[in-house]
Design a protein around this ligand. Sequence first.
Ligand code: GLN
Length: 540
Amino acid sequence: MTKFIFVTGGVLSSLGKGIAAASIGNLMEARGLSVTFQKLDPYVNVDPGTMSPYQHGEVYVTRDGAETDLDLGHYERFTTVRLGKNSNYTTGRIYNSVITKERRGDYLGGTVQVIPHITDEIKNGIHEGAKGPDGRGVDVAIVEIGGTVGDIESLPFLEAIRQFPFEVGRENVAYCHVTLVPYIKVAGEIKTKPTQHSVTKLREIGIMPDVLLCRAEIPVPEAMKQKIALFCNVEPNGVITALDVGNIYEVPLALHEEGLDSILVKRLGLKCHEPDLEPWRKVVEAMNHRTETVNIALVGKYVELREAYKSLCEALSHGGIPGGIQVNLSWVDAGDLTGPGGAEAGLAEADGILVPGGFGERGISGKIEAIRYARENGVPFFGICLGMQCAVIESARNLAGLEKAHSAEFEPGSPDPVIHFMEGQSETGDKGGTMRLGAYDCRLAPGSLAEKTYGTTFVSERHRHRLEFNNAYRERLEAVGLRISGTSPDDTLVEIVERPDHPWFLAVQFHPEFQSSPASPHPVFTGFVEAALRRKKGEA
Ligand code: GLN
C-alpha cells in the first residue's frame, strides 16, 4: 500500500515548500523506501509552458516531455526519482479534462465531478510514476499543493486531499504543513500567531496537520513548540523547526536532526531502516568546502529574474563539485553588450561565458557579441538551446560571410535562415505543448570535445524548442571551423556544435541542466567549469 504525504503551505509564499517536499523524499530514499512526487498547482493554465518567466520562473521539462513547475526540478535533484507528465496537475488541466469528458458524454444524466477526478489523477499519477528504477512499486508518494492555504484558487485541491483518507484509509495519509514562525527583532522573540492562524485555516477546510514545519531564523525553543502543539492540535514532536540554512541541500540533514523522518515513518507505519545519510552528507560537505573559484558570466535577457534559470544555476554549482570549484555567477544583461567594445568591457572579468535558452528577439545581438568575444579570445563558451542557435548565427555572420544570417524565429524573411522551423513546427500553430519536448537520443562524434566531455558516444538529453539548425548550411559552417559533434541518431537534427580551434567551445540544442544533481553533476557543466578554471590559471 502506497503511503501519501501531503505538503501544504501557510502564511506566505516562498517558504520553501518545494524544498521541504524534496527533502522528505530524500530522507525516505535514505531509509531505502521508493518514493515519487506530485505537484498540484492552483492556476488555470493547463501547464506553465505558455507563461512568461516573469510570471512563472523556470519551466522544468520532464524526460517524457511535460512542461512543469520548477519544484519538480527540486524533487529530481534531491532524489533519484524521475518524474513525468502525471507528476504535475494544474486547475486548468483538471477542468480541461473533466469538460472534455463531459462533452464526450461521460457524465450523461449528471453533473461534472471535479473532486473525484482530482482524487483519481492523484492515484493514477502516482500509480503511473510508480515504478522506481528497479521496477518496484512506490512506498511513499509526496504530493505538494501549490499556493498558500487561504487562497481561493487552491480550494478544490485541498478538498480533494481532505477527502483522500476516505479512499485509502487515514493510517495511510500524513499531512505536513509548512508555516512561518517569525522572529521579531525589537521584541527579541519569535511569534507563533501566524502559524496558529494558518493551521486554523487548514482546519476550517477539515485538514488536521500531523506535522508542522516551522520556517524560522532561530531554533524554535521547546516551550514554544509545546505551545504551538497545544494550540494547533499537533503532537509536540510533530512541531519541527525548519531553520534557514546556507545551502538548500543541507535541508534534509537539518530536518532529520529535528526528527522529521521518524515522525512520518511512525505516523504512516512504514517499515524501513534508519536513514543512511552518509552519502548525502558527503555531497553537502563537498559543496561547502571548495578551494577554487571561477567567474562565469551568464548572458541573458531575464537576468533580473533568477528563478527563470533555477536548474541552470544549480547545474553550474554542481559542475564545480568534483573539482572543488566555487562558481560565482555574474548576470550580464545582453542589452549592455552591443556597440563597439561592449562585449570586451562587459565580459572582461569572465573566466567562462554561458548563453542560456530563451525566447524572443530582445537581447539577441548582445548574445551574438558575447559569443564573438568568447570565440576570438579563447574564453570557454557554453551555449544552451537559444545560446547554441546564437553560436551558429555568430559563425555564419562573422566567419562564413553570411552577414544577414539569422533565425527564422526573429527574421522570417532572412536570406540565410541558419536556424529554421523544423518540419511540423511553425510560428502560427497552437502554442501549448507543441515544441520539441522531452528526452531525445544524441550520437556524439568520436574524438570530439562532446565525446571527451561525456565520456561516451551516445546520450539522451531533454529538449524544449521549436527551431533547429538548418541542414542546408552544414557544409558552409563546417568549412569555417564549426564542428557538428552531436546529431540525432539518424543524423537529421544537429544537437551539438563545437569549435576545435578553441580551448573549450561547446553549444547544445538541448537543456542538460535538467539532468544535473549534486550527487551526480552533469559532465558538460563540470567540463565547462573546469575549463573556466584552466583559463583563469592561464593554463589554456
Ligand atoms: N526560441 C528557440 C526555439 O524555440 C530556443 C528555445 C530555447 O532556448 N529553449 O527554438
